[in-house]
Structures are given as structure tokens and as C-alpha cells.
Write a protein that binds this ligand. Structure first.
Ligand code: 6PG
Ligand code: NI
Length: 189
């Protein structure tokens, strides 16, 4: 099953290796390079320079074959590389689920943060291995790697929730995470 399965799918086992941060069998893997994060870092010139300087992979998302369709419950593991762009920690694009539904993240490796924004209020959850971050319906969410190693987490979400990336471009995420001497600091968007 190299890609998403076609419903109805039969019950099946997924081998979860928390140490290696893998899910088997594998579904599609999505790789996002710096160029895919247009308009998301505060310093646009620094972002453009990073794209010109080799367009590094910022994160990848490995899914299982469970399809993103209504009533199914897909899972994926996201791995965010360590890095900063003009001091801002590398992160996922972030999105809102247009069909508002909850989601959970389980941190597996590294040191991260789960940034959430409902259009008014911002919330941040420190994510270390073993932390489950709960994303309530209606909260846009972005993951940030605030450490020196890759930050990896498992996500489980309703297949019919959809992904709205335009929402974050329009409304922002409320705060940004910047590197400081002793870790990170959240600053106004
Ligand atoms: C989801 C999850 C999660 C997320 C990835 C990549 O709804 O599917 O929130 O799997 O998609 O961590 O983040 P972006 O989707 O924001 O690029
Ligand atoms: Ni999500």
C-alpha cells in the first residue's frame, strides 16, 4: 500500500516505531522545501536568500495509507529540521481545518512547540517526547522546531477536516518563535 487506500478499507495493523519515528505501512510522503513557505517568515528577504542558497528541506510528512476522506482517521509523522531564518525558528506552514474538527499531536523526538491561533487568542504548548498536544476545533495550528535536533511528532486527525493554508496567510498565527541565547521567545506576529 504505497499510497492512500481506496475506501472501504479493511482493518489493518500499523507498526509505530517511536524511536525511529516511522509508521509502517507507509502512505504518501510530502516534502516541503523553503520555497513552499512563501509569505510565512517575517523576514521575506532572508526567506528569499534561503531559497536561493539551495532551497533546503524544512520538513517532511509521512502518512499511512488511511485516506483523507470523511469518517476515516488518518495519521502522519512530521519531521521538522533544525534551523532559523533571520532568527525565526523553522516551522510548518500551519493551517486551519475548514471543517472545524479536533486533532492530536504526540511529540516523539526533539524539542518543539505547538502554536495555535483562533483569530484572536494565541496558545503555545511546549512539545517534548511524550507530550500530547490537543488542538480544539477552530484553532489554526503550526508546529515549530525550537531545538538543535529534528523535531518529530505523530498527528491523528479526522479525514474530512480539510486543510486551509490561505487562512494563515490572511490571519497570521498571532505569534512567532525566535531563537534567543537560552532557547526561544515568542514575539508579536
Ligand atoms: C494535519 C496535521 C499535520 C500537518 C503537518 C504539516 O492536519 O494533517 O496538522 O499532519 O499537516 O504537520 O503541516 P502543514 O500541513 O501546516 O504543512
Ligand atoms: Ni491539522
Amino acid at each position: 500500500m504505497p499510497e492512500f487506500a481506496t475506501p472501504p478499507i479493511s482493518p489493518f495493523a500499523i507498526q509505530f516505531d517511536a524511536e525511529a519515528a516511522t509508521l509502517t505501512p507507509e502512505g504518501p510522503t510530502l516534502t516541503r522545501r523553503m520555497s513552499a513557505l512563501d509569505g510565512l517568515f517575517k523576514d521575506h528577504d532572508a526567506w528569499q536568500q534561503a531559497v536561493a542558497d539551495g532551497d533546503p528541506v524544512v520538513y517532511s510528512v509521512q502518512s499511512t495509507p488511511v485516506p483523507e476522506v470523511d469518517r476515516e482517521l488518518p495519521q502522519s509523522i512530521t519531521s521538522i529540521e533544525a534551523g532559523t531564518t533571520a532568527g525565526e525558528f523553522w516551522m510548518t506552514k500551519g493551517h486551519q481545518h475548514p471543517n472545524h474538527q479536533g486533532e492530536i499531536y504526540l511529540a516523539l523526538h526533539g524539542t518543539g512547540g505547538l502554536l495555535m491561533f483562533d483569530g484572536t487568542e494565541t496558545q503555545w504548548i511546549d512539545m517534548v517526547p511524550g507530550t500530547i498536544g490537543y488542538i480544539p476545533p477552530g484553532w489554526a495550528h503550526r508546529s515549530v522546531n525550537v531545538g538543535a535536533d529534528p523535531y518529530k511528532f505523530l498527528a491523528v486527525y479526522p479525514g474530512g477536516a480539510g486543510h486551509d493554508y490561505g487562512w494563515v496567510l490572511e490571519h497570521g498565527m498571532g505569534k512567532r518563535a525566535y531563537a534567543v541565547t537560552d532557547g526561544f521567545e515568542l514575539r508579536e506576529f
